[in-house]
Structures are given as structure tokens and as C-alpha cells.
Design a protein around this ligand. Structure first.
Ligand SMILES: NC(=O)c1ccc[n+]([C@@H]2O[C@H](COP(=O)([O-])OP(=O)(O)OC[C@H]3O[C@@H](n4cnc5c(N)ncnc54)[C@H](OP(=O)(O)O)[C@@H]3O)[C@@H](O)[C@H]2O)c1
Length: 292
């Protein structure tokens, strides 16, 4: 693929830290998400042809050209620029998988979305509102307006407020039906404490703030909740039918305007290190892209 725009993801930061599943292996070209034009296909590939514009994942995406497995790409929606399609197979698919097939969120339920102003977080807020849920988001205070405009009902500044106490106050001590947990560390303890006893689900799909654990004793006597792990790449490999269903649902949501063209913050490829540093420093909102 000739890269039109590459997506910058928190996993790129974790790779730089060496904490992402095994860490980067040399030789290493950073980046693993891009959208652009197919300029060549491998033998036997019939699902996409030369000239198609696709978005997908493949190692070494912070470059002018990248190779992607044909099975990992989707067509750039008609009328969208390459950069506007970034996030389709990663951020949006992850948010949808967390909320629906795994979180089983339904209308009238309440969801807590951590890092609600981030790329996955913003997608999750839009989706949860579309499915009729009450949304409580956490984010740094200066990002609250962005998330409120997406429809979030309650916002918590996790840096200055007691998240557990606030969520319990908002929910009348009942807790939330689903937690989208991408932060880890001490935030994970808040997440299991505010999930509804017996039925509450904590969907764990990130560890931006470090590792966290829960014991069998705690699950038995303290936090009777469902802790569910999610990695969208693994879901695509091990549950391809489910991944296809997610992509079908996202296509419908694009058609219906629930999922609008993305508006990433775009950096020149040469400024990739700056983009990663800003993502690491928690100063960004929404999707980030590099343009070669
Ligand atoms: N499992 C999967 O398949 C999958 C797929 C995609 C993404 N993810 C995960 O989803 C999460 C979001 O990814 P993204 O690319 O959309 O990034 P992002 O949410 O745009 O950026 C991370 C945001 O997390 C918040 N945050 C809260 N505590 C943090 C901490 N201790 N360290 C760093 N950031 C912290 C910050 O915003 P505030 O300060 O405003 O809260 C920061 O801006 C990441 O954990 C990523 O690894 C997982």
C-alpha cells in the first residue's frame, strides 16, 4: 500500500516503552495502522485489487509504503479521505466489541468509559449514546467539553476527583453495567469497585497506566464482577465471524451517519516522535495521524 495517512496509537507508545506484548523486535519500523492506495497484491489475493483505497493494519506503517495482510483491511468509505478512515478497524472495532458482543450494553444501562476523550474513548461515547446508554466518562478536565459535545452525560476529572465515589454517587450506589477499562494501574481498582455486583462487566483492553491484578479471593468475596479481556487483533484472528459482524455493523453505522468521517490531528511523518511524545504526555484528544 502507498500510505496516505498512518494512524498513531497508544500501542505505539507502549512499544516504545517495551511494554507491549513482547516489545518491538529488530529490525523495527514503527507504526502498524495506515490507510492508502493498494499498489500491488500478493498471489491469490482476490478480496482487494490494485487501485483500491483501504485502511488496515500491518507492521511498519510509519513509512511511505507498507505491506498488509489482505484479511486485515477494509475499504475506505466512499467519499472519505484516507486520514478520515483511520481508526475503522482499530479504534471503532475495539469500542464496538467492548460495548456490544462483550459488554452486552443495552438501552437504559450505564457505562463508564475511561480515557473518554481519546481515540477509542470518543468512538465508544458515540456508540454508547447511539445504543441508548447513559455515559459516564473520565478525562483530564480540559478535554471535558469535547466529550460532552459527543453526548456524554457525566464527566469526571480523574486527576482531581474520587472516581469511585463519584460513579457511586451518580448511580445511586448501584454501580455501572459496563466499564471500558483501558488504563489499568490504580484505575483498574476503581473499575472493579464501581461495576454492578453480580452482573457488572469490566472490559479490559488497555494498560496505559500500568499493570493491575485481581485475586480469586477478591472475585469471590469483594468484587463479584465479570472481568473480560479484549485484543482486537486476536479477536480478528480467533473469532473472524465475530470480527466480520463488527465490520458489518460499523458499515451500517457509517451509512446512518452515527460514525462520521474522522477528524484526526495530522502531523508530518517527520514529526512522528512529537506525536508519540504528546500521546504519551496525555495532551492529545481523539485520533492522531502521520502524513508521509
Ligand atoms: N485491546 C485492543 O485491541 C486495543 C485497540 C486499540 C486501543 N487499545 C488501547 O486503548 C487505549 C486507548 O488507545 P488510544 O490509541 O485511543 O489512546 P488515547 O485514548 O487517545 O490516549 C490515551 C489517553 O488515555 C488517558 N490516560 C489516562 N490515564 C493514563 C495514563 N496513566 N497514561 C497514559 N494515558 C492515560 C489520557 O487522557 P486523559 O488524561 O484525558 O484521560 C490519554 O490522552 C490504550 O490503552 C490502547 O492501548 C486497545
Amino acid at each position: 500500500m502507498k500510505v496516505g495517512a498512518a494512524g498513531v496509537n497508544f500501542a505505539d507508545v507502549m512499544r516504545a516503552w517495551g511494554t507491549y506484548d513482547g516489545g518491538p523486535q529488530v529490525p523495527y519500523v514503527a507504526g502498524f495502522e495506515a490507510a492508502g492506495e493498494v499498489v500491488a497484491v500478493g498471489d491469490g489475493v482476490t478480496s482487494v485489487g490494485v487501485g483500491a483505497r483501504v485502511v488496515g493494519t500491518g507492521e511498519g506503517a510509519f513509512a511511505e509504503y507498507v505491506v498488509m495482510p489482505a484479511g486485515s483491511v477494509a475499504l475506505v468509505p466512499a467519499g472519505w479521505a484516507d486520514e478520515q478512515a483511520l481508526g475503522l478497524v482499530l479504534n471503532w472495532a475495539t469500542a464496538l466489541a467492548a460495548l456490544r458482543p462483550l459488554g452486552r450494553l443495552s438501552a437504559g444501562e450505564t457505562v463508564l468509559i475511561h480515557a473518554a476523550a481519546g481515540a477509542v474513548g470518543q468512538a465508544a461515547v458515540r456508540l454508547a449514546k447511539h445504543y441508548g446508554a447513559t455515559v459516564i466518562g473520565t478525562a483530564s478536565a480540559e478535554k471535558h467539553d469535547v466529550v460532552r459535545r459527543l453526548g456524554a452525560d457525566h464527566l469526571i476529572d480523574y486527576r482531581t476527583e474520587d472516581v469511585t465515589a463519584e460513579v457511586l454517587r451518580i448511580t445511586g450506589n448501584r454501580g455501572v453495567d459496563v466499564v471500558l477499562e483501558s488504563v489499568g494501574g490504580t484505575t483498574f481498582q476503581q473499575s472493579v469497585a464501581v461495576a454492578k455486583r453480580v452482573t457488572g462487566k469490566v472490559i479490559v483492553y488497555g494498560a496505559a497506566g500500568g499493570e493491575a491484578s485481581i485475586s480469586n479471593w477478591e472475585l469471590n468475596f469483594k468484587h463479584q464482577v465479570h472481568v473480560i479481556g479484549l485484543h482486537i487483533g486476536v479477536l480478528g484472528q480467533h473469532a473472524p465471524e465475530l470480527f466480520a459482524e463488527l465490520m458489518d455493523e460499523l458499515a451500517k453505522l457509517i451509512e446512518a451517519g452515527v460514525y462520521p468521517p474522522g477528524e484526526p490531528t495530522v502531523y508530518d511523518l517527520a514529526d512522528g516522535a512529537k506525536a508519540l511524545a504528546e500521546l504519551e504526555a496525555r495532551t492529545t484528544t481523539g485520533k492522531l495521524a502521520l502524513r508521509p
